[in-house]
Design a binder for this molecule. Structure first.
Ligand SMILES: C[S@@+](CC[C@H](N)C(=O)[O-])C[C@H]1O[C@@H](n2cnc3c(N)ncnc32)[C@H](O)[C@@H]1O
Length: 286
């Protein structure tokens, strides 16, 4: 029986509540399958996942504000005969702990601490640079908007590849490259929820029109360091008349009359072909 199955059959109360408050079982099984002895791992939050990381022999850190929670996890490991020599708890809120954290390269990160805004983003922000290229980041409770915001970014970034979800609520992304975030919003989706309903509807329709018919003009002037950037002027004009469109429209309008004319001509040619005065004479007649 795997450790995940054992925990599932008798979930331990690690969070000071009677109900089990942990990762989805599929995600726990994924950690048990994936983590190898000596891997460098870190999670925000703690619980059954901490027991599994520890049992797999990872060099593991768990960030939780609750010393009581850490004590319960250590006691549960001891009860199960799991060595905790490679486990370190960092007690405090992840927003504070990770800011002063002594960094090391990580193979796998689990983000499952506080789920309110902006914690998932902060956890990702502090930990992503220290995840090895090729390493995995798991995000639990992915349907919660503050977590989903991180996942939206991972989906659109070339530095990450989002995998198939591990469970109905656990997302996983592989880091493909170190990411440079230059601060410019490059996405197309906008959110007008700050506007009153009527203005929101107008803004959304306008935005949709821009998405469908518009274009994005992005200027990225470059110049040598130390040199004064050259001055330039840019004029953008819209609704400029284009005669080629009028010509194309005329051609389109003429297609049908030309077709009718051709059919009439063919008809007359065949009607007169047997007469003494055919419209088109063949070379044999001459
Ligand atoms: C959903 S539980 C984690 C479940 C755990 N992964 C498991 O498998 O049992 C959320 C965890 O986040 C911790 N937590 C709450 N606020 C936090 C914060 N600001 N920073 C880090 N962890 C926090 C809680 O103490 C709890 O351990």
């Amino acid at each position: 029986m795997s450790l995940t199955d054992e925990l599932r059959s008798a979930p331990p109360g690690l969070h000071g509540q009677s109900e089990f408050w942990g990762l989805a079982w599929e995600a726990l099984a994924f950690i048990e399958r994936t983590v190898r002895p000596g891997m460098a791992t870190l999670e925000t939050g703690a619980g059954a996942s901490t027991i599994v990381f520890t049992a797999r022999g990872a060099e593991h850190e768990a960030v939780t504000p609750s010393q009581a929670e850490a004590d319960r996890i250590l006691a549960e490991c001891e009860r199960r005969g799991i060595s905790t020599g490679k486990l370190a708890f960092r007690i405090g809120s992840s927003a504070d702990v990770l800011r002063g954290w002594e960094p090391r390269e990580l193979d796998l990160v689990l983000v499952d601490g506080a789920h309110a805004f902006p914690y998932p983003t902060l956890d990702w922000w502090y930990l992503a640079p220290h995840l090895k290229v090729g390493g995995l980041m798991l995000l639990d409770d992915a349907y919660m908007p503050p977590v989903a915001a991180v996942i939206d970014h991972l989906r659109s970034s070339k530095a990450w590849r989002l995998g198939d979800p591990i469970s109905f609520r656990t997302a996983v992304a592989r880091k493909l490259a170190d990411e440079v975030i230059d601060g410019e919003w490059k996405g197309r989706r906008m959110n007008f929820s700050y506007l009153p309903p009527a203005k929101r509807a107008v803004a959304s329709v306008r935005q949709r029109q821009t998405e469908l018919y518009g274009y994005l003009l992005r200027l990225e002037p470059q110049w040598e360091p130390g040199r004064t950037p050259p001055e330039y002027q840019l004029t953008v004009r819209s609704r400029v008349p284009r005669f080629s469109y009028a010509l194309l429209a005329m051609l389109a309008v003429l297609v049908w009359p030309v077709l009718l004319l051709w059919r009439w001509f063919r008809f007359e040619v065949s009607r007169w072909s047997e007469s003494d005065h055919p419209w088109v004479s063949s070379s044999e007649d001459e």
